[in-house]
Design a protein around this ligand. Structure first.
Ligand code: ADP
Ligand code: ADP
Length: 229
């Protein structure tokens, strides 16, 4: 995921609110990045621009070498459906579909062949083999978020964008969910970008970016074993 000189403003041109100010950053494939910063620092805007859910005012965004900026909305929607997965704070499962049907949905929307055995296996991999035929309302918050992660993983996107994925969970459920995200990076080679204000959540990532007032003000990477004195 690459952002080049990305700027995003809201409101009138003569008195704009600057949400992102000249952000340039590259997130290597197969890594798990957390984006932190105070409320209003531009985290959601960063995620939306990086995921192609929102167009920056200026600058360019690339995923996997493909440009998300400057194209038309139809192509962008198609790109998102094929290559990008989302996990939200409030799970965003469709309430009338079972866990299994929710997992299969992005594949259906992308017009891809739906292999229900594969979808069941992905649900099993997040510990929900016994819950595949339950409705979201019959599941705990942690279980619902695990369904949402299974839904994101099942389509094997290049990148998963997660917006405060543990924000509505208790500590135990949060740890389960973070462990699953980490596992999908380690085993599935996924790239994950996660917005969080929780340092515990950020500690599961390989790298942390810090935003303040719409600017990238710092970054940290996980120390490697050799780096430990
Ligand atoms: P964070 O996710 O870190 O809380 P946001 O990206 O939501 O930050 O917001 C960054 C800035 O942009 C804030 O000043 C916010 O008020 C402003 N902003 C965000 N979305 C809109 C919008 N749709 N209209 C106007 N201002 C917005
Ligand atoms: P839009 O409505 O902006 O055109 P799409 O419906 O094409 O967006 O969705 C783009 C991507 O985001 C798809 O991969 C889709 O599965 C995912 N997505 C969008 N909204 C939701 C949601 N509420 N819950 C889960 N995934 C969603």
């Amino acid at each position: 995921v690459r952002l080049v000189s990305v700027r995003k403003t809201y409101g009138a041109a003569d008195n704009p609110v600057v949400a992102l100010n000249n952000v340039t950053v590259g997130l290597p494939a197969g890594t798990f990045t957390a984006v932190m910063g105070p409320s209003g620092s531009g985290k959601s805007t960063f995620l939306h621009c990086a995921a192609g859910l929102d167009q920056p005012t200026s600058g360019r965004v690339f995923i996997d070498g493909a440009e998300l900026t400057g194209g038309d909305e139809t192509a962008l929607t198609k790109f998102r459906r094929q290559r990008v997965g989302f996990v939200f704070q409030q799970f965003n499962l469709l309430p009338t579909l079972t866990a299994l049907q929710n997992v299969a949905l992005p594949l259906r929307l992308a017009g891809r062949r739906v292999d229900l055995r594969h979808c069941r296996a992905v649900l099993a991999s997040v510990g929900l083999a016994e819950r595949a035929d339950h409705l979201p309302a019959e599941l705990s918050g942690g279980q619902q978020q695990r369904v949402a992660i299974a839904r994101a993983i099942a389509a094997q996107p290049r990148v998963i964008f997660a917006d405060e994925p543990t924000g509505a969970l208790d500590t135990t459920a949060a740890r389960d969910v973070l462990g699953l995200l980490r596992q999908s990076v380690r085993q599935g080679g996924q790239t994950i970008v996660m917005v969080t204000h929780d340092p515990v959540a950020a500690s599961y990532a390989d790298a942390v970016l810090f935003l303040a007032d719409g600017q990238l003000v710092g970054s940290l990477t996980r120390p490697t074993a050799d780096a430990v004195a």
